[in-house]
Write a protein that binds this ligand. Structure first.
Ligand code: BG6
Length: 490
């Protein structure tokens, strides 16, 4: 690993994401010696702040992230602030001069990263100004890092993409999906492609179904305004859930290069069976949480959250069955589910293998347990393999045993870890763990058909699940009708 040199401009520098994720992540890179002396950050946001005030904010967010604080003064001295008006060319001109000065001062070689960590309505405007006001005119590299949401549907995503493509080429655009920065999400490929035990079995001859669950205990919090127009489908399925499915389902790439991996993922999205109109009800279930209790404390219904319509039709839960119509996966359902205000904060993948052709250990009322491979993404990180072995004692009865590997690293959720990896990838120009435009476009076109149907049909059963529960009843039936159930594994 090499030290990286660049000027990083963070738009939205006073926002939540910057404070909670980006500054602690940059600090960790700095502490590990991955950011050299030759780096500088310009925080860009509307409110007026001095450099000193901004540096104080940065130090506070690092300390709040429970970092040790070694060399924090030195770290913070690389941060500068620009109070910005996103629509005013004059403001970009000032920013440009500031960037040039820092470039000289720190010897940054004209390398620039523009990180848009702010309200998406300005993404296009900023990208266009960066070009027209000369900020992208640099001798080094220029890269755009863009947070979600990348559009609201395919049409708005296309429109946004056209704007940013006027200033940056596809390989200069880093579309963040923070799930791709999670250790165990990155591990999916390694588990699959580095194990003789799995790769030969990874297909419809041996796998019966795959279940991907990402559940949250928090409600919509302060994000009602955004979430009302998004819902769980756009917020989680279009990006994180489909990305995990793509990694589970893709063909082995010829090489581990960005282009090869992305093109295999794109082929998965192209093979997703399209679901539209009345079919949606057969494949997808939506839910919305009602009022109730969590940990003994009352919590409001989604419809009573701030900035939410009291008659809202927005889903806070989605379960779905995806079919990947290609030779490897024909007939194997990929079930996904995600929702807010559920019983646990947990993301995991369960791969259920088919039963062996003849069960010698069959006992009435006690079928053999299928083999399961569980990939624990968070809060625990690890892998568990469920096997059958002989029960201790007399006789030859089979019983389930579990082989577990637990990653000993951090077990906090949504840790800066993911951002730390992704920021570093961006600095060294590796876009593998970012979403390519084709992935974004194909996943929107899949999701749009579902949201079209949901928006045209009001869900009379809302609210249909209680806080702290496992979600709506219909999500259980989705699997039951195929003869499966959601595995409750630890
Ligand atoms: C974000 C969504 O992309 O992912 C949030 O906008 C969600 O609504 C979050 O809470 C979940 O991320 P994590 O890393 O906590 O699973």
């Amino acid at each position: 690993y090499k030290e990286q040199t660049s000027l990083i401009m963070i738009f939205g520098a006073t926002g939540d994401l910057a404070n909670r994720k980006l500054y602690p992540s940059l600090y960790r890179l700095f502490r590990k010696g991955l950011l050299s002396e030759r780096f500088a950050v310009i925080g860009v946001a509307r409110r007026p702040l001095t450099n000193e005030q901004f540096q104080e904010n940065v130090k506070n967010s690092v300390l709040e992230a429970k970092e040790t604080g070694n060399n924090i003064e030195e770290f913070a001295s690389h941060f500068y602030y620009h109070s910005h008006d996103v629509t005013d060319s004059g403001s970009y001109t000032v920013l440009k001069r500031m960037a040039e000065d820092l470039d000289n001062q720190y010897g940054l070689g004209g390398n620039r990263i523009f990180y848009l960590a702010m309200a998406p309505e300005f993404f296009g405007t900023i990208a266009l100004h960066l070009k027209s006001d000369g900020l992208t005119d640099v001798p080094g590299f220029k890269r755009l890092v863009i947070e979600k949401p990348f559009g609201h549907d395919l049409a708005s995503a296309v429109e946004l993409n056209e704007k940013i493509r006027k200033a940056f080429s596809e390989d200069e655009i880093y579309r963040i999906d923070h799930y791709l920065g999670k250790q165990m999400v990155q591990n999916i490929e390694v588990i699959r492609f580095a194990n003789a035990l799995f790769e030969p079995l990874w297909n419809n001859r041996y796998i019966s179904n795959i279940q991907v669950t990402s559940s949250e205990t928090l409600g919509v919090e302060e994000r009602g305004r955004y979430y009302e127009n998004s819902g769980a489908l756009r917020d989680m399925v279009q990006n994180h859930m489909l990305q995990m499915v793509a990694l589970l389902a893709m063909e082995p790439p010829i090489k581990l290069t960005t282009d090869e991996i992305r093109s295999e993922k794109i082929r998965v999205f192209r093979s997703l069976r399209e679901i539209e109109g009345d079919e949606v009800a057969k494949y997808f279930v939506r839910g919305q949480y009602g009022a109730g209790e969590m940990n003994g404390l009352p919590v409001p219904a989604y419809r009573d959250e701030p900035m939410v319509d009291p008659h809202s039709n927005t889903e806070t839960y989605v379960a779905g069955k995806l079919m990947i119509d290609n030779a490897r996966w024909a007939g194997v359902p990929f079930y996904i589910r995600t929702g807010k205000r559920l019983g646990a904060k947990s993301t995991k993948i369960v791969v259920q293998f088919k039963d062996i052709p003849m069960n010698l250990y069959y006992q009435p009322n006690k079928p053999l347990n299928p083999n399961l491979l569980v990939i624990h993404i968070q809060p625990e990180e690890g892998i568990t393999l469920h096997l059958n072995a002989k029960k201790a004692g007399q006789g030859m009865d089979a019983t389930e045993v579990k082989l577990s590997f637990a990653n000993t690293s951090v077990n906090e959720m949504n840790t800066p870890e993911a951002y730390e990896l992704l920021l570093y990838d961006c600095m060294r120009g590796d876009a593998t763990n970012f979403a390519h435009w084709d992935e974004v476009a194909l996943s929107w076109s899949f999701v749009d058909k579902i949201s079209d149907y949901w928006e045209s049909t009001k869900e009379e059963s809302f609210p249909n699940y209680a806080p702290g529960s496992r979600g709506p009843e219909a999500a259980e039936q989705l699997l039951e009708k195929d003869g499966f159930f959601w595995w409750r594994v630890r």
